[in-house]
Design a binder for this molecule. Structure first.
Ligand SMILES: Cc1cc2nc3c(=O)[nH]c(=O)nc-3n(C[C@H](O)[C@H](O)[C@H](O)COP(=O)(O)O)c2cc1C
Length: 335
């Protein structure tokens, strides 16, 4: 049994530190966890860490911003679950571009049971790179995931059959471009051979390339995850997009990614982001064509129902909370 004090009795700084710690469950490019949090007496700040090992893969910091956006959404939901409302300032200081967000104006509210359920989803959500089962995606689930994205100010376009074929060609091309770039190969090698809480261990990487229409990311080395006989015939491919292609919209795209993925987790839907097609400028342009020029592509998502008969991959490790959450400014206030 838990001996924790009820959420309503906890001081604000404890709630902020807990929300930042909970945000550590968020997905990130190559599990880089490029976020750092600072707890202040009346605010929580989010900074991006620019890892030199992503310089070739993500020169603009787009994927870093998506990842931090996902963590920001996790923290927002965790605060709501604990009974706090916050004002979110995105890119609050033009002179300090790595300060991505500040949560301020914190006020007490009723603890929100829906948000509490989402916090539980954060703890079970993970990336399952096996092919999906033949079970079709329920239409209602696609609708709820699309609505979750819209609530965060982005949009989701479900790709039709022809568009999936275009995506397949683009994903294959992006994989070739990236495999031919020695620096990108080196970066992948780095992220697939880490220990200490970041990167991708062999247990989460397929032992062989799954037989799918749209090729999954080639991590440059086989893992130990059995892929089984599945395909992606029953998968739904969706394009996350928005009206602008600026850093603050990338942050929002990450918030929308988190909202979509947590909603999908609640509905038993597996999500795998495909970011290679966005990393390569030429194939990002192809995706823009799929939107008929009406928006800017952020990320492709594969949605599907995972094989229920076999165990999926384990959870990917995380950095220790003390490595990502700085509470030094409020240490005296911690209970
Ligand atoms: C912006 C972004 C891009 C990603 N791109 C890919 C990808 O192209 N292929 C893939 O298999 N996983 C991709 N992922 C999933 C991450 O590798 C995964 O979230 C991370 O390793 C943490 O593991 P977890 O999701 O199981 O917690 C991406 C995640 C994010 C946030």
């Amino acid at each position: 049994m838990s001996h924790e004090s009820p959420a309503s009795d906890r001081p604000l700084t404890t709630a902020l530190a807990r929300a930042a710690a909970t945000a550590g469950h968020a997905p990130s490019v190559h599990n880089s966890q490029p976020w750092r949090w600072r707890v202040l007496p009346d605010a929580l700040e989010l900074r991006v860490v620019r890892d030199p090992q992503l310089a070739a893969t993500d020169p603009e910091g787009r994927l870093l911003a998506y990842s931090c956006g996902a963590a920001l959404h996790h923290a927002r939901v965790a605060l709501t679950a604990e009974g706090w409302t916050a004002v979110v300032e995105r890119m609050p200081d033009p002179g300090d571009p790595d300060l991505l967000a500040r949560l301020t104006g914190l006020a007490r509210a009723e603890a929100d049971p829906d948000a509490l359920h989402m916090v539980q989803c954060m703890q079970v959500r993970h990336t399952d790179r096996r092919p999906v089962s033949d079970e079709p995606m329920p239409t209602a689930a696609v609708g709820q995931i699309t609505a979750a994205v819209a609530a965060e100010g982005a949009q989701l376009q479900i790709l039709d059959r022809d568009q999936v074929m275009e995506l397949a060609a683009a994903a294959g091309h992006a994989a070739t471009v990236e495999a031919e770039d020695p620096q990108q190969r080196e970066e992948l090698q780095y992220w697939t051979s880490r220990s200490g809480g970041t990167g991708l261990p062999p247990e989460v990487l397929p032992e062989q390339a799954p037989q799918t229409t749209v090729p999954a990311r080639d991590f440059g080395r086989p893992g130990t995850l059995p892929v089984g006989p599945g395909h992606d015939k029953a998968a739904v491919y969706a394009l996350l997009y928005g009206d602008e292609d600026e850093r603050d919209s990338w942050l929002r795209a990450g918030e929308a990614l988190s909202a979509a993925w947590l909603t999908a987790t609640r509905l038993g839907v597996s999500v795998v982001p495909l970011s290679g097609v966005v990393e390569v400028p030429g194939t990002r342009q192809t995706l823009r064509g799929l939107l008929a020029g009406l928006g800017y592509p952020y990320l492709v998502l594969r949605l599907g129902i995972a094989d229920p008969a076999h165990a999926g991959p384990p959870h990917t490790p995380r950095l220790a909370v003390a490595q990502v959450v700085d509470t030094s400014a409020v240490r005296g206030e911690q209970p």
